[in-house]
Design a protein around this ligand. Sequence first.
Ligand SMILES: *Cc1c(COP(=O)(O)O)cnc(C)c1O
Length: 350
Amino acid sequence: MTAVSTSLSPVDLRSDTVTRPTPAMLAAMSAAPVGDDVYEEDPTVRRLEEMAAARFGLEAGLFCPSGTMTNQIAIKAHTEPLSEVICEQTAHVYLWEVGGIAFHSSASVALLAGERGRLTAEQVEAAIRPQNIHYPTTRLVCLENTHNRGGGSCYTWDDMAAISDVAKRHGLARHLDGARVFNALVATGQRGEDYGQIFDSISVCLSKGLGAPVGSVLLGSADFIQKTKRIRKVMGGGMRQAGYLAAAGIYALENNVTRLADDHRRAARLAAVLRQQPYVSDVLNPETNLVIFRLHDSQPAAEFLATLEQQGIKASSFGPQWIRFVTHLDVDDADLARVEAALQQVAQLV
Ligand SMILES: *Cc1c(COP(=O)(O)O)cnc(C)c1O
């Protein structure tokens, strides 16, 4: 077989975390004024935290190294031992954060089965524990938007607001894992400023579709963020001249949000091409930048991925026979054409 694409750089569809900073982003980073952020003396970190909080109608922000850290800090701040967190069974906070809810917060988790990761207000209400010494105390509802494992699915405003109302009525805190919340905003036309009315805290990744090399921000009220500073410190997340990294986040917020629509358009195109392939049995309708599809049982997944790799295309397996493609800042229309050609090529081989 001819390795047609080895001279071109690979098209990396494994994740939107693989993007590299552009020269313009690097220039913004190296020009950033910095100070010691543990002493609260880094003006660029402060600017990023204020800017991000304002985008979501919340008072304050906390810059952290990762989305896992922002989520786990928030969960710890909202709970105590013998309490319980309600989330969907494939939520990132439960599935992909190393069991951190148990480790950091000594809290229990009530897992609900959603539709592509989405819960309903009725499900959440039914999962709230009655007062009884045999049970943990329900403290927190954690939603994820867009939902990663659900294939970049988005909540409607009404469904999110209904869950928030139920939580509020029962005195529960509301956290949003918004690792890809900007994808949700761009796809649905919802306003970030409104989110602060229905969530007590929001975690936002800068290093996914927004293209920054490192960083997430946790957003909430001024009191809440003050409390989370000590938790970040004990987790080892206090950073010094972090303004160089925060500057990338500011650049991303200013330049890379509206272009997420291009990623969504390309994901829709990939889904359409996949649906035509004889070796594909199912494609989840892509609502944003994630395309999750299933190979027919007769098409071994490892072989499919190896064939793509030979064509210079990287993708990852997402469970037996399931594959995930992610579009992002470093995938352009020429790359898309290469992926389409490779997918047709697979059809010739099987
Ligand atoms: C990526 C991701 C995170 C955080 O991941 P880090 O790699 O720790 O930055 C959190 N939630 C969701 C839904 C994610 O996709």
